[in-house]
Design a protein around this ligand. Sequence first.
Ligand code: PMP
Length: 285
Amino acid sequence: MSRIAYVNGRYLPHRHAMVHIEDRGYQFSDGVYEVCEVRAGRLVDERRHMQRLARSLDALKIPAPMSYPALGIILRETVRRNRVRDGIVYLQITRGVARRDHGFPVAATQPVLVVTARRLDFEQNEKIAAQGVAVITLPDNRWEHVDIKSISLLPNVLAKQAAREQGAREAWFVDKQGRVTEGASSNAWIVSRDGKLLTRALDHSILQGITRTVLIDVIKSQGLQLEERAFTVEEAYAAREAFLTSASQIVMPVVQIDGRPVGNGAPGLLATALRRDYHRHAEMA
Ligand code: PMP
């Protein structure tokens, strides 16, 4: 089956789905994006993703291309046309097409909206989660507003590639104080020796992951001990468990950090239980 993409008002086969060479996303990475999980054909946590999208657009002063309910219709239609049951839907909005000039183009410039959807191998992901994944740590060399979900991802791209080249699935960025900020495309968590769940508090140094937000609700509802604070790489090495969260991976156990086993080197009990319980708390629409 050929894949279909939405590009500025039209649903097109992938090979015909194109944007102009002077799109500001292409020229300046002047745009934002969202990735929403699709499960059993339904969008997971759409409302929160739309809220975050609105924040990102606002921060970059890019006008929304349409109302959020209208955007929701396009997301669903793209999922439907690609017959995605379990997977992700991706949306990107750039400041539009204009003659290359760093400053913003005239206010009448229309933002460019692209939506794609693809299947993820559900069974395969479960197998990966049952084994756990490896991460490496790297200095965080990103700009100071990674709370904006911008498509400007070069440090993340390089970090992810470095992880792959070292046989790991994710790279965890580390700030100048030696504390983990987040992953190249996920939030970072550990379970301390005394059983507390730790993840960095929200500020400009991490993305407000939707999976992170929902997981905090799960943790609170189960009466587990949570501390929203930065943890050091040393604490991560010594942790009982570690895991990462993102819309496409939900809760993914981490069993190795920089080549050292976490805990007993197997996926942790808490991470495994939280992965299992996540969708009972997520909003499905
Ligand atoms: N941090 C970064 C840098 C990311 O790219 C992502 C995934 N988009 C996340 C965290 C996790 O966010 P979410 O749970 O909303 O997918």
